[in-house]
Design a protein around this ligand. Structure first.
Ligand SMILES: [Fe+2]
Ligand SMILES: [Fe+2]
Length: 245
């Protein structure tokens, strides 16, 4: 759990870092100019077996990725803080849950690190709501754990349901780009392909957390429906706000 302050310091330091990637040889898939010139070169090589031209993202697609990465970073920050706030209370009453809570926390810390790196690399503005989400996530984790193990697990169930489907939407969107690239005889940027694989892996890990929550009696929380509905609504609202702000 000591990793949290380090991760937060790292995230904030990365956000404040001055612009670094200004070299024309830096080929960022979020920088269409560089890719267009590469595509011209690839097209003009003309020989059979030459690499396919690179698929250049439209402005709308770049804006989609920009807000997706901003939301993902905020969501993973919230997830680490929820588990950090829940774990002491849950583990005190149910010591056998220590390895599970640590496992889920460690995965969330890994996800946060991935998005801190991507946000810094592509110079994406982190959400201005960052400090608000920190307080809200810590309160959510603390208060659900105070209600008991079942409520803490219901919180995980609610959050992971929303986050899992959010990652799914991102995967679906990039798969549509891949199909579009295929139709044009082009290819997605390597880093975008890696990002697709990363989103899929993280989505699967979030859904694994959801399964753990259900296996540990999330459905026994009282009152289950209002609690889960309120948390899911809160997650959807936080996602919508972080996409823009
Ligand atoms: Fe996560
Ligand atoms: Fe998760």
């Amino acid at each position: 759990m000591e990793a949290i302050p380090t991760l937060r310091r790292y995230a904030l330091a990365q956000c404040r870092r001055p612009s670094r990637f200004t070299s024309p040889i830096y080929l960022d898939f979020l920088a269409p100019t560089a890719l267009r010139s590469q595509r011209r070169q690839a097209s003009s090589s003309g020989s059979t077996g030459a690499p396919k031209p690179r698929y250049v993202l439209s402005r709308k697609q770049r804006e989609f990725l920009d807000s997706a990465l901003r939301v993902n970073q905020a969501g993973e920050l919230a997830a680490t803080l929820i588990y950090k706030a829940q774990s002491p209370q849950v583990v005190r009453s149910y010591p056998h849950l220590r390895p599970l809570m640590k496992h889920m926390y460690d995965q969330e810390a890994g996800h946060l690190k991935v998005f801190n790196n991507l946000v810094a690399k592509h110079e994406i503005r982190p959400t201005a709501m960052y400090p608000i989400w920190e307080v809200a996530a810590t309160f959510l984790g603390w208060s659900t754990a105070a209600l008991g193990r079942e409520a803490a697990m219901a919180c995980t169930e609610a959050v992971e349901t929303e986050i899992g489907s959010h990652y799914n939407e991102q995967v679906r969107e990039i798969l549509m780009w891949e199909a579009d690239a295929e139709r044009r005889g082009e290819e997605l940027d390597e880093e975008l392909k890696e990002m697709l694989a990363t989103f899929r892996r993280i989505r699967d890990e979030e859904l694994e957390h959801l399964d753990h929550a259900v296996a540990n009696d999330s459905k026994e929380a009282k009152p289950y429906d209002p609690l889960v509905d309120a948390i899911r609504l809160g997650c959807r609202t936080a996602i919508k706000i972080s996409e823009k702000v």
